[in-house]
Design a protein around this ligand. Structure first.
Ligand code: ATP
Ligand code: MG
Length: 230
């Protein structure tokens, strides 16, 4: 579904990704794990079109994403929940969620919000409250729902556990499991390998802008956990 080949990303003189190749197949949850600065966000941001690549290819459903705007990639079915959540603090929870459902008719937006509320009751309870008043974990639920509201074919989650207490890591994990049960294909990044490995089917360990190892969760577990404490 998503195929990245020999991807290079540079910020001026800084090389963020060097020859990175990964695959995400339909129905899988793939984990990108690695320490600070490993290049996880750069890879996600290159897939959504937020940063340009300096070589390599990205194909989604067999189509090259080269030259395609962020907006068109989103409409093509790539959903995204950013690192640090970035909810709109003064906008209501409902409006935050629906900001991801741009392009859908009012009716479809209402339907989308209704099933998201079923999945995450918090959204209904807090629908009219400004999202900035929510806790970090609650905001992460809003960010996940916003990313899901357009019913994407693949969902990119950049460090969904960042800064969260263990109880919220468990709740966000449950939320991700619910998305998996709906058949959502997921590419997620995490520094926290331990809880993330419980959710993934396959993964890649990144370090210094390169993929050090890729494989099943069992195959990468040891090196992923060793890297966690670097
Ligand atoms: N906008 C930018 N300008 C310059 N350098 C950047 C920029 N964004 C990232 N970098 C650099 O690119 C490299 C990869 O960073 P990236 O954010 O992709 O890593 P990461 O794995 O997501 O890290 P973290 O776990 O801290 O989020 C790092 O050396 C970082 O300093
Ligand atoms: Mg990052």
């Amino acid at each position: 579904m998503l195929a990245v080949r020999d991807l290079n990303v540079r910020y001026g003189g800084i090389v963020a990704l060097r020859g990175v190749s990964i695959d995400v197949n339909k129905g899988e949850t793939v984990l990108l794990v690695g320490a600070n600065g490993a290049g996880k966000s750069s890879l996600i941001n290159a897939v959504i079109g937020l940063v340009p690549s300096n070589g390599g290819t990205i194909h989604f459903d067999g189509r090259s994403l080269d030259g395609m705007s962020c907006d068109r990639r989103a409409r093509a079915g790539i959903g995204y929940a950013p690192e640090g959540r970035r909810v709109f603090p003064s906008m209501s929870v409902a409006d935050n969620v629906l900001s991801g459902a741009f392009g859908l008719s009012r009716k479809l937006q209402r339907q989308s919000f209704a099933w998201l509320c079923e999945m995450f009751p918090l959204l209904a309870e807090r629908a009219s409250q400004p999202a900035g008043q929510l806790s970090g974990g609650e905001q992460q639920i809003v960010a996940l729902a916003r990313a899901l509201s357009s019913n994407p074919a693949v969902l990119l989650l950049d460090e969904p556990f960042l800064g969260l207490a263990p109880v919220w890591i468990r709740r966000i994990s449950d939320a991700i499991r619910q998305m998996q049960q709906r058949g959502t294909t997921i590419l997620m990044t995490e520094q926290m390998a331990r809880p993330a490995l419980k959710l993934a089917t396959r993964g890649y360990v990144m370090r210094g802008g390169e993929v050090r190892r890729g494989g099943t969760v069992a195959e990468i577990r040891e090196i992923a956990l060793a890297d966690e404490y670097l």
